[in-house]
Design a binder for this molecule. Sequence first.
Ligand SMILES: C[S@@+](CC[C@H](N)C(=O)[O-])C[C@H]1O[C@@H](n2cnc3c(N)ncnc32)[C@H](O)[C@@H]1O
Length: 234
Amino acid sequence: MRRWRLLDLFGGVGGAARGYQQAGFHVTGVDIQPQPRYAGDVFHQGDALDFVREHGHRFDVIHASPPCQAGCTLTAGTNQGRTYPQLIPAVRAALQASGRPYVIENVAGAPVRKDLRLCGEMFSLRVIRHRFFELGRLHVPQPEHLPHRGRVAGMRHGRWYEGPYFAIYGQGGGKGSIAQWQHAMGIVWTDVRKEIAEAIPPAYSRYIGEHLLAVLTGATAVQDELPDLVEARR
Ligand SMILES: C[S@@+](CC[C@H](N)C(=O)[O-])C[C@H]1O[C@@H](n2cnc3c(N)ncnc32)[C@H](O)[C@@H]1O
């Protein structure tokens, strides 16, 4: 039987893609920029909304990580004078129109439903990196949020402070080496800081993907929302 197919919109370097692959999906990515280091199986350069409207229904599941600048506190100070399009409402409408189960990933300030909240500490990672997931026609259990073990490592007022976590955003000045970022995120196939900084740790999407595959393959009870999809694959 062919592998279940996942569409990864706004794929970037493929942090989300790699986790879904690890769970067992075949992953097709779409990004408006060339992504020569994309980690998924297939890559299309183009507009995510155009692609999902035309091809979304051909996939079993769709994941979307629209750019977070419009709702991101980390870039709020550098956003002055610039406006970022808020793509989430249009993305949600297109995902719902596709009829497929979907995941929209974003940050705390974004207008997504917070059906699932993930933190690096849940996966013993050296990043905190809270991310929020709106789940459509899909349920994923919420792991317990564990207390953070301390502060982030980095330069403050000219002095390096040790800590169990790294702050992974921006260009990295005083926030750890590239190797430290790669290992903290679980993203070792690129050494471009911007690509690591825009990604989610593959551990997050692996967690979501494993639950989703268990439902799709019948390893756990098929949920009310999914029987049409499972039936269509028989
Ligand atoms: C937050 S990053 C995605 C990170 C990715 N999910 C990961 O885990 O590595 C957002 C991406 O959206 C892309 N992007 C922005 N506007 C787009 C559009 N209209 N269509 C497709 N991709 C777009 C950017 O080039 C960027 O790579």
